[in-house]
Design a protein around this ligand. Structure first.
Ligand SMILES: [Zn+2]
Length: 398
């Protein structure tokens, strides 16, 4: 629900007018609007004429006070002087966009406005903007807000504590708005106006997702959408589906080497696994560079995707080269296998190939317990020596 403070005189006027019968006909608004649209501005008499043409209960509404309360700007606008030195005379105006914004608010308050043609005229230009004013936002969101808002209007003035109990009056406008007016000592205290399509928002409940480990608030479309996207990403890594394009080249369990020149989708696949590794280990950085641009890719990284006979990606790893004393040294940056497929010999089956390709490569620390027990069994003689030196000296043993 949106709460608004209005000057007492405006609040009283709104309450008095909303209980009157709704006028049946709207006449003459089109010409007035065309003129406002053409000039880009409306002075106060033009605005009064337009709004009265929509709903004659708005005759004598204090539009200046209402606009101020809604933070819709009024400005002095001048006719260009005929001679540069002559004194220009200006009057208070409102831009066409703000006039439409004000009309939208009055519709949300239950008045019988005809806002759609105004929105249709202004929306195309607003769609191109990156930053929006209050009125532009009203116009931009009109299609989704229409008849779905709920406003609580209160007086901006401090009133003395009432001596009687409040009196409440409820009514439905012919266009379906529900209006509840609370008075005390025959003064309007507040007006609640709900659109015909307004629904009580679902209470927000914090949900912890066991699968992706995210906590979010259900009932919040932004949070739910954010979780849905993230959950889908995680699921595609934890429970991947077979990929036809992987099967074509790979009959049987195998690996695919990924270098800077590999296609983007393969880079995405290895990046997703690098991110899963990062999340699981609680690291700050994803250890794979994902970019469309070939020149920005990491030329010193060699990645591998582990593929099942069915064509699913079971995990990935990445090696990195570094020039040291005229030789190229390789290290295993990270290796990640999806939990269901761990301890089934996937890394083991490719270990001899890795040793053949990268020599007695270094294994980056920190090393998980599972990886350590793997290394105790499968590391080469030189790798063991390097690890022992590292452990005893507490230094990088490369
Ligand atoms: Zn989830």
């Amino acid at each position: 629900m949106s709460g608004l403070r209005l000057p007492a005189i405006v609040l009283e006027f709104v309450a008095q007018q909303l209980i009157k019968p709704v006028p049946l006909q709207r006449t003459g608004w089109r010409d007035i609007w065309q003129s406002i649209k053409a000039k880009g501005w409306a002075d106060i008499p033009m605005m009064e004429a337009l709004f009265e043409a929509f709903d004659d209960r708005l005759y004598k509404m204090n539009l200046i006070e209402l606009a101020k309360a809604l933070e819709l700007p009024l400005e002095y606008v001048f006719y260009r002087p005929r001679y540069k030195r002559s004194e220009p005379s200006g009057t208070i105006h409102m831009s066409a966009v703000n006039v439409a914004g004000l009309a939208i608010y009055l519709e949300h308050f239950g008045f019988n406005m005809l806002v759609q043609p105004l929105v249709n005229d202004l929306l195309p230009a607003i769609r191109r903007l990156q930053q929006l004013t209050v009125a532009e936002l009203c116009i931009y969101q009109y299609a989704s807000d229409r008849q779905r808002t709920r406003f609580l209007l209160r007086s901006a003035q401090q009133s003395t504590p009432p001596s009687h109990p409040d009196e409440e009056k409820r009514l439905h406008t012919p266009n379906g708005y529900c209006v509840q007016i609370t008075t005390n000592d025959s003064r309007t205290q507040k007006i609640e106006i709900s659109g015909p399509k307004w629904k009580l928002p679902k209470p927000k409940v914090e949900v912890n997702c066991d699968i992706c480990g995210t906590s979010y608030f259900s009932g919040d479309p932004d949070e739910e959408g954010g979780h849905r996207r993230y959950h889908k990403q995680i699921l595609s890594v934890l429970q991947p589906k077979p990929e036809r394009r992987l099967l074509a080249d790979n009959a049987g369990p195998s690996i695919i080497r990924i270098t800077a020149n590999s296609p983007l989708w393969m880079h995405q696949a290895i990046y997703d696994r690098a991110r899963a590794f990062k999340r699981e280990m609680g690291f700050d950085f994803v250890q794979w560079t994902l970019t469309k641009n070939l020149r920005d890719r990491d030329a010193n990284a060699d990645g591998y995707l582990f593929i099942s006979p069915e064509g699913t990606i079971e995990g990935a790893c990445s090696f990195r080269s570094e020039a040291k004393e005229n030789t190229i040294c390789w290290s295993l940056d990270w290796v990640w296998i999806r939990p269901e497929k761990r301890r089934q010999g996937i890394v083991e089956s490719h270990w001899p190939r890795f040793l053949a390709t990268y020599g007695d490569f270094w294994v980056e620390h920190p090393i998980s317990d599972a990886m350590m027990s793997f290394l105790l069994e499968h590391a080469s003689h030189q790798q063991r020596i390097a690890m022992e030196i590292h452990a005893s000296e507490g230094i990088d043993g490369r």
